[in-house]
Each structure stands twice: as C-alpha cells, then as structure tokens.
Design a protein around this ligand. Structure first.
Ligand SMILES: [Zn+2]
Length: 270
C-alpha cells in the first residue's frame, strides 16, 4: 500500500500514470510520521480556532439581524457584509510555524528523494528563507480564503432562519453546529494545506539540489477530469503546470502527486 497525498492512511489508490520502477521508488510517503504529526497539530489548531470563532460569528450575525430589526430575505446580504473577520488574522501566528515546519520536512524529503544525503544540513539551510516566506504568504491567503468561504457557508443557514422566523438562539445554535466550524472542515483544511506545503518543500529542494530538470504530475486514480488532463505532464521546475498550479493538490481531496525529473548523469555540470 502506498499513501496518496491527501487521502491518508487508508488509501490504496494506484496512480493512473504508468510509472517506471525507478519512478515508483522515488514516490514519497505522504503519510510519513513527521508530516502526519504536523498535520494533526494543524488540524487541532484550526479546529480549536473555528470552534472559538463560531460563537463570535454567530453573535455577530444575531447582532446584525437585531440591528436590521426584522428578518426580511433581502437582509441576508447586509448581514453577511457586516461580518468582521479581522480577528481571524491571529490564526497566522498559530499555523505559520506549522506550515513552515511542513515545508522544511518536505524539503528534506525532496533532497533525499533525489539521492542527496551528504551535506543535507547545509542544503536544508538554503531552503529556510523559502519556508518562512511560504508560511507567511500562504497562511495569509488561507485565512482570507477561509473567512470568505465561511461567509458563503453560513448563508443558507441564515436564509432559512430568516425565512422560518427562527429565534436568535436557534439561529446561533444552527450556525455554531454548521460545517463552517466543524471538525470535518478543520480536517479538510489541514490535509490540503499539509499537502500543499509538503510539495512546495519538495520542489524547493529540487531547485536547490541542482540534480533536477523538471517536475512531473502524477494523477491519482479516480481523482477528477481536471487532474486526468495533467497526468504525466512535465514542466520546468520554476514553471507552473497547465492551469497554474505549482504542484498538487489541485483541489481538496486531490490524490495526485509530483515526481522530480532528474538531470541525466552525463549532463551534470558539477
Ligand atoms: Zn488530483
């Protein structure tokens, strides 16, 4: 059994792409203990944060509803627009160090994957700045993304409450129990972000290694049509794959992976 990038330990999907033996040997274990530990920490952190924020957002919705005096359907937009997610930026301080460590672990694996074992510490230090910058940038984007998607996720519940004339207490309870603040969402975010950071670390190591000319997309079985189109595609290290991604995952629960394309030995300059 091999593990796919975001499927987790129960996954035994075969990649669609026919892999040579040497490629197969180079596939990384995406569920290795080091990364699993960080993924769990990320999940627990996001889970705790969402749970805390559920009360605040529910209170904001109720206050906005009160301010509008009564619940007409066209008030939903104004309620949603009034919500303030500024406090969510503090999540960056909590997830930033985790993302950074996942990138660093990914970088280490990337070096090992292309056969570099000597001088690993020095090479790893070359990827530190990238890991720090990635964690900051991706962390901020992620927080903006999850704030905005939270707005969308709670829209239906607010609409239903306004339509049915549910009490504020009921509305608040429904929101707090919703998917937006659920353990399932925290798990999905943790899996996807771990996969992103791991692969980014790999690719940074490929760049620093001087042994790799490109990267190849490996589509997991039954992933999706968009991923099928990318199967086997090879692009230079500093270029995105068709569609704009640096590497998998393409979407939440994507089962794809990436492999380094090694520079043939005789072409190496060093
Ligand atoms: Zn995929």
């Amino acid at each position: 059994m091999r593990y796919h990038i975001v499927c987790g330990p129960a996954c035994d999907h075969a990649p669609l792409f026919k892999l040579s033996n040497s490629q197969r040997k180079r596939m990384l274990d995406r569920d290795r203990a080091s990364v699993r530990k960080l993924r769990v920490k990320l999940r627990v952190t996001v889970r705790k944060f969402l749970k805390e924020q559920s009360k605040d957002i529910a209170a904001q919705v109720v206050a906005a509803r009160e301010a509008l005096n009564k619940g007409a359907n066209d008030d939903i937009k104004r309620i949603l627009e009034s919500l303030d997610f500024a406090g969510w930026q503090k999540l960056l301080g909590q997830i930033g160090p985790l993302l950074e460590n996942i990138v660093k672990d990914g970088a280490k694996q990337g070096f090992l994957q292309v056969g570099i074992e000597r001088d690993l510490d020095r090479l790893l230090s070359l990827t530190n700045d990238f890991a720090v910058a990635y964690a900051k940038e991706r962390g901020s984007t992620l927080i903006t993304d999850i704030s905005e998607s939270t707005r969308n996720m709670i829209k239906k519940d607010i609409a239903q409450a306004l339509e049915s004339g549910a009490s504020n207490d009921v509305l608040a309870a429904v929101l707090e129990r919703g998917y937006a603040f659920s353990p399932e969402r925290a798990e999905m975010i943790a899996r996807t972000e771990t996969a992103f950071a791991d692969v980014e670390g790999n690719i940074e190591a490929y760049k620093q290694s001087g042994q790799v000319s490109g990267k190849q997309w490996i589509t997991g079985a039954g992933c999706c049509e968009l991923c099928d189109e990318l199967d086997g595609k090879i692009v230079p290290l500093n270029k995105a794959f068709p569609g704009g991604r640096n590497g998998p995952p393409l979407h939440p629960n994507c089962r794809c992976d990436v492999l380094p394309v090694l520079i043939p030995k005789k072409d190496k300059t060093s």
